[in-house]
Design a protein around this ligand. Structure first.
Ligand code: SAH
Ligand code: ZN
Ligand code: ZN
Ligand code: ZN
Ligand code: ZN
Length: 427
């Protein structure tokens, strides 16, 4: 509370950890942008900010909002679909649907012509993914993974999906709902990518920042979300989220807890239940996620992406994806496709990947990355197949490593004494 705001909503409070005279000093910075180039908001916690600077900041924040409001974009869309095909243009430079009166202004921009209804129904194909920006890190699900997620949640009996940073899942649901009569699943997209407001109404999309739980549309948008979470006629809700992997787990967890609280407040009974959730994130964040959500478990399913060369399906010979589903649903209910090699382990009571062998000593299927892991009697646990036990370090690690302890904190767990590659939380 009381945090200053940048154009992305309330800033987060950080602390300087690098050695030097500022070490330990606290400051506010943008919640959404990890690249200073995208948003350079900075203020020391104890800094006195003059009235003039506050006024200038408010002015700046106002000027850095999108040029059209969501309402305006919805009206523009209504006009756009009335146009004959030959007049439907999309400016690739501005990433915007153009009305004929605006062609002139964009005359030296690249544009696409004859935008079909099918194209309007799959905006994630029309818009280019904002992958280079650290801020958005937009990696779109491969069709196989998207279809799997949707079938899974339908089989589990969910009829409403709160899609937080999952535009492609939202799009698949919306487009099926408009094409198939019996399809009765609904979705609400919450995303920071305002380009989507050109294609969805205020009941289908909220401009939202998942690092500070900020609804750019204010109380009205918040109310839309609240209404969506209210489970009428027994239509059960699940939240599915796929945040940028460079994002702070702590900030994400805090926002997700607020969304869960929103859901809980709409419930008349069962106050102590948790909103069902799929959090899609790399396996090496398992311990971080469990720190905040102890009821979650990690599924073995490998989530694949279209525009990420490394995160594609293992079977095609490419590297295996490190991205998994974390959920608070009972693991045994999450049925993974047997045709892709997943099998049910009756001891662990969950589906595991084909390479994941049940270790008799650990009494668990211990592999995290899909490869077969091996048990180390000295460490008393299973470790990656490429690791060896080092007697100097007194733990298993890569064969080639320097035995001196690392100075700086580990990137994964933050503790000193080891680097990311040797992080104990990875195993
Ligand atoms: N795999 C998903 C997309 C995940 S990419 C799919 O195919 O549907 C991450 C998504 O999070 C992007 O849509 C991006 O716009 C969104 N995002 C990034 N930062 C965000 C933030 N601070 N708040 C809300 N959404 C954010
Ligand atoms: Zn910002
Ligand atoms: Zn097992
Ligand atoms: Zn073991
Ligand atoms: Zn060992």
């Amino acid at each position: 509370p009381g945090a200053p705001s940048c154009p992305h909503g309330p800033a987060l409070l950080f602390v300087k950890t690098s050695q030097g005279k500022e070490e330990g000093r606290r400051f506010y910075a943008c919640s959404a942008c990890r690249d200073r180039k995208d948003c350079n908001f900075f203020q020391w916690e104890d800094e006195k900010v003059s009235e003039t600077r506050l006024a200038a900041r408010e002015e700046y924040n106002r000027n850095h909002q999108p040029s059209f409001t969501h309402r305006q974009n919805v009206d523009r869309y209504k006009n756009f679909v009335l146009l004959p095909l030959s007049k439907r243009r999309f400016c690739q430079e501005c990433q915007q649907l153009l009305l004929p009166a605006e062609w002139e202004k964009h005359s030296d921009h690249q544009f696409l012509c004859d935008i079909t209804t099918a194209q309007l129904k799959s905006p994630s194909q029309l818009l280019y993914p904002l992958e280079n920006k650290k801020t958005n890190a937009q990696y779109l699900f491969a069709d196989r993974s998207c279809q799997f997620l949707l079938n899974l949640l339908i089989d589990l009996g969910f009829r409403r999906v709160l899609s937080v940073g999952t535009p492609r899942l939202h799009e698949m649901i919306q487009s099926k709902a408009s094409q198939e009569e019996e399809f009765n699943v609904r979705s609400l997209l919450l995303d920071i990518d305002f380009r989507y407001s050109q294609f969805y109404t205020e009941d289908e999309f909220c401009h939202y920042n998942m690092f500070n739980h900020h609804f750019f549309g204010g109380e009205t948008a918040r109310e839309t979300c609240r209404k969506f979470l209210y489970e009428e006629n027994g239509e059960r809700v699940i939240m599915v989220t796929d945040p940028p992997f460079g994002g702070l787990v702590e900030a994400l967890a805090s926002s997700f807890k607020k969304l869960m609280a929103m859901w809980r407040e709409t419930e008349k009974e069962g106050q102590n239940k948790e909103m069902p959730m799929f959090w899609i994130f790399p396996y090496f964040f398992e311990s971080r996620i469990l720190d905040f959500f102890p009821s979650f478990s990690m599924m073995d399913y490998q989530v694949d992406y279209d525009n990420h060369a490394l995160y594609k399906h293992g079977k095609t010979g490419r590297r295996q994806s490190p991205v998994r589903i974390f959920t608070n649903l009972t693991p045994s209910m999450i049925v993974l496709p047997e045709e892709e090699g997943y099998r049910f382990c009756t001891v662990c009571q969950r589906y595991v990947s084909s390479g994941n062998q049940h270790c008799e000593i650990c009494n668990s299927c211990t592999s995290k990355d899909g490869r077969r892991w091996k048990h180390c009697v000295l460490c008393k646990k299973c470790v990656k197949p490429s690791w060896f036990h080092c007697n100097t370090c007194n733990c298993c690690t890569l064969e080639k490593h320097s035995c001196e302890k690392a100075e700086v904190g580990c990137f994964v767990c933050g503790k000193a004494g080891h680097k990311r590659s040797a992080c104990p939380s990875l195993s």
